[in-house]
Design a protein around this ligand. Structure first.
Ligand code: SF4
Ligand code: SF4
Length: 148
């Protein structure tokens, strides 16, 4: 299992790193979904449709609740036993985000592995809460030592 098979990092102009899952079901998230069913998923309300300039990517307004005048959260996540309204599947078996192309920056920034091949500690927390095995550390693709 290689990091690049698990996630695709997409640097943003503002310095943030967004993460997309590769196509197909070969990545760990496809059979996990723990994070979508553990954390409160909150984000700046300006990302919600109706207040964001790029409506094609905005979070659908019917999927959120306002938790402060400026912050929204995905419905279902602002409660004990969180379950995002947009999650489809069964945690630990199959996982799918029904608004993937419109998910919030909070979801987009949630990575699985860091550059050293270490799993995101938040993944481990969410997975443990759902009695899933911890993610393994992955070997880093040869330390960019190639000098050719
Ligand atoms: S907890 Fe980590 S591995 Fe599981 S779906 Fe979320 S990002 Fe993927
Ligand atoms: S919007 Fe999608 S990626 Fe974000 S928490 Fe919900 S199901 Fe998961």
């Amino acid at each position: 299992m290689k990091i690049q098979d698990q996630q695709i990092k997409i640097p943003q102009e503002d310095g943030r790193i967004f993460v997309d899952m590769p196509d197909g079901d070969g990545h760990v998230c496809a059979s996990c979904g723990a994070c979508c069913n553990h954390f409160r998923v909150s984000f700046y309300a300006g990302e919600v449709a109706g207040s964001f300039t790029d409506h094609a990517l905005a979070v659908p307004s019917d999927k959120i609740i306002m938790i402060t005048p400026v912050y929204a959260a995905m419905k279902g996540t602002n409660q004990k036993e969180a379950r995002c309204i947009s999650f489809k599947g069964t945690v630990g078996q199959s996982s799918h985000c029904s608004i993937y192309s419109q998910r919030s920056s909070t979801c987009r920034e949630f990575y699985v592995y860091d550059e050293a091949g270490q799993p995101n500690p938040a993944c481990q927390t969410a997975r443990a809460a759902h009695q899933l095995m911890p993610l393994p550390t992955l070997p880093v693709a040869k330390k960019q030592t190639a000098e050719a």
